[in-house]
Design a protein around this ligand. Structure first.
Ligand SMILES: [Zn+2]
Length: 124
């Protein structure tokens, strides 16, 4: 995929920067933001919602393509920033402030704000 994905065992509801300094380190590039979305969307590894295949690559920004059926899986589908062209870094930064105030800074808070909670069930 050409991105550095985190080790799977580290991906849980605490998988989120603990402070602003970490935040800036984790999400320093668009690639890093995309890798994070992939990690929390498919914590067990990618699995195509259409055919169940577990291999995929990134066709273009924010889209994973199934290696078998070629189904396109937008990383941002179902999130508040789907179809926007603003940098993910900008969104993440805004979300950081929202989640740290409202829920405490963690991935669960991020997923709530992103609207990933119920949506993700459709991918199982
Ligand atoms: Zn597929």
């Amino acid at each position: 995929m050409g991105m550095d994905l985190p080790p799977r065992q580290s991906i849980n509801e605490e998988y989120f920067p603990r402070n602003l300094m970490e935040f800036d380190e984790w999400f320093s590039t668009e690639d890093a933001c995309e890798a994070y979305l992939i990690a929390i969307r498919w914590p067990e590894g990618f699995r195509c919602p259409r055919c169940g295949n577990d291999r995929a690559w990134r066709r273009r920004r924010r889209v994973m393509v199934c290696g078998s059926c070629r189904h396109e899986n937008p990383l941002t589908a179902g999130t508040i920033f789907h179809k926007t062209h603003k940098p993910l870094r900008l969104w993440f930064k805004a979300i950081w402030w929202l989640t740290s105030q409202k829920y405490g800074a963690n991935a669960l808070g991020l997923k709530r704000v992103l609207g990933l909670g119920s949506y993700e069930m459709a991918w199982v």
